[in-house]
Write a protein that binds this ligand. Structure first.
Ligand code: F6P
Length: 537
């Protein structure tokens, strides 16, 4: 049952009239009362336009909507993916959930680790190569964004381990740029596709086979020995030409965007070491247990989800910006974008009825401090209020202490500036010695006025060790689930991506001169004609 905002509207109307700074004046302790921690993750919600009474109402509304049962159901293997009639057992990938799924996931990881051992010490036996210098991980969406993020965040020094490259886009320029840098005799290709039916991945896979085949004097079998796959459709991968001994499993009960903890992370586990991969899973497992067991009042994923609903549904904020102040997390916004927008970007519930409230906000962001020099102007002085989630890391992964101090100072300053703003009087004061007068002075002071009262959440990770990263990513997964539940939608399907895929299949032949599909609309026909007329120009 979707959440009801009826009783919350009173709180929202009250809090819309109050500035964040006034909330702090009235209750300086709110920075402690609205701070929460689980393990290495600390969350400060005090810069949100909410108070303890409103938070209590939100929690009650979530409880009334059956959130506790929904959490229980997720872990018990209930059919939470209603439209596809499946459970969503991604937590089993890190050992939390129904025993059968946990066992299957653990077996797969053990198989993955054995293959990694072989690759490191005896690649010729299984892969026909004397050594492996490069691994190309081919996949898209959930079969790409997670592993890419993990590697970027966790790789320290490669200690002679293979270099990992990611290929996702069907744009031929990806291979055009990558292949000259690779030796086909020492390159392993991992095709990652839950369905093994995603056209981008298959096209990239075919081109890589042809490239490898040329190296082997046209011998396709020799080329295919340097390929492996991760998929839930073993038969399709085998038909594609991958030996079953080199296919690692996935299951229908793991959503693509929730699959990074599985063998989808093969290249990552190879590059950072299986031990690091397991530590990542342990961090996630700890967040799973917290999410499953903690009361709603102290439950980090639940609290973050409720603040998100507050901003989206009661404060009418159209987007949610994520700004990690950690270069190693620069890919986090892209990963979260898929997780959140593919899960909750829906307007109809599992019963087929339209939902009567706004769902997923636009998720976007960038890395701090770079983002400060890109879009922060709009956050501070634009006409929309755009909530921000900052992420800071307390202990750095490098030795440049002065850099880290500057980074954290910027993180703290931005949240403060968004909240406090700068009044016109303050701007005038700063312009006292400017030599300007009258209308000119007032005009500049107006432009240097910051409205403030712009909400943000600050998450602090103790460090960027695998456990903390695992906990952070699991926190986001669970937040997304809670929001889907409370909006009354199925967060685990993605029917909205199908139509475009189907139309692309119909249109493609027309690009080689076949007549456009009968149902093609006038604008598509005109664009096709334009492309064809210019192709040989
Ligand atoms: O974009 C749709 C989608 O199905 C995602 O949900 C998924 O992560 C991606 O495509 C890739 O799918 P697959 O792993 O089956 O190739």
């Amino acid at each position: 049952m979707a959440i009801s905002f009826d009783r919350l509207r009173v709180d929202a109307a009250r809090l819309r009239q109050v500035a964040l700074t006034e909330l702090f004046d009235a209750d300086p302790e709110r920075c402690h009362a609205l701070a929460f921690r689980h393990g290495p993750v600390f969350a400060d919600l005090s810069r949100q336009r909410i108070d303890l009474a409103a938070l209590a109402s939100l929690i009650q509304a979530a409880r009334d909507a059956g959130l506790e049962k929904a959490i229980e159901g997720l872990f018990a293997g209930a059919e939470v993916n209603v439209s596809e009639r499946r459970p969503a057992l991604h937590t089993a990938l890190r050992g939390v959930g129904p025993a059968d799924a946990v066992r299957r996931a653990a077996d797969a990881i053990e198989r993955m680790e054995r293959l990694i051992e072989l690759l490191r010490h005896d690649p010729s036996s299984t892969f026909g190569m004397n050594r492996v210098t490069d691994v190309v991980s081919v996949g898209i969406g959930g079969s790409d964004l997670g592993p890419r993020l993990l590697l970027d965040a966790l790789e320290r020094r490669s200690r002679g381990l293979p270099r990992v490259h990611f290929v996702s886009n069907v744009d031929g320029d990806v291979l055009q740029r990558l292949l000259p840098r690779l030796d086909p005799g020492t390159t392993l290709v991992v095709l990652i596709s839950k369905s093994f039916g995603t056209s981008e991945t298959l096209i990239n896979g075919h081109s890589l086979i042809e490239w490898m085949q040329r190296h082997h004097g046209g011998n396709r079998d020799a080329a295919l020995r340097q390929f492996m796959a991760v998929t839930a459709d073993t038969d399709r991968a085998a038909t594609f030409g991958i030996a079953r001994s080199r296919i690692l499993p996935l299951w229908p009960w793991v959503g693509g965007r929730l699959s990074l903890w599985s063998c989808v992370g093969f290249a990552v586990a190879l590059a950072v070491g299986p031990g690091v991969f397991r530590r990542l899973q342990q961090g996630a497992a700890s967040m799973d247990e917290h999410f499953r067991d903690a009361p709603l009042e102290a439950n980090l994923p639940v609290l973050l989800a409720l603040v998100g609903l507050w901003n989206r549904n009661l404060m009418a904020c159209p987007s949610h910006a994520l700004v990690p102040y950690a270069d190693r997390l620069r890919l986090l916004p892209a990963w979260l974008q898929q997780l959140d927008m593919e899960s909750n970007g829906k307007s109809v519930g599992p019963d087929g009825r339209p939902v009567d409230m706004a769902t997923a906000p636009v998720i976007w962001g960038g890395v701090g401090t770079d983002a400060q020099h890109a879009f922060f102007q709009c956050l501070h002085q634009g006409t929309d209020v755009l909530p921000v989630e900052f992420i800071g890391v307390v202990r750095p992964t490098h030795d440049f202490d002065a850099h880290h101090r500057a980074l954290l100072a910027n993180l703290l300053a931005q949240g403060a500036a968004l909240m406090r703003g700068q009044s016109t009087e303050q701007a005038l004061e700063r312009l006292r010695d400017s030599g300007l007068h009258g209308a000119e002075l007032l005009a500049l002071a107006a432009q240097q006025t910051f409205p403030g009262n712009r909400p943000s959440t600050t998450l602090l990770l103790d460090d960027l060790e695998p456990e903390s990263l695992g906990a952070l990513l699991a926190l986001y997964e669970h937040r997304t689930y809670v929001q889907g539940v409370l909006w009354g939608i199925d967060p685990f399907d993605q029917w909205g991506v199908e139509l475009g895929k189907r139309l692309a299949e119909q249109i493609e032949p027309a690009l080689t001169g076949a007549p456009p599909p009968a149902e093609a609309d006038a604008s598509t026909r005109a664009l096709l004609a334009e492309i064809l007329s210019r192709q040989d120009a």
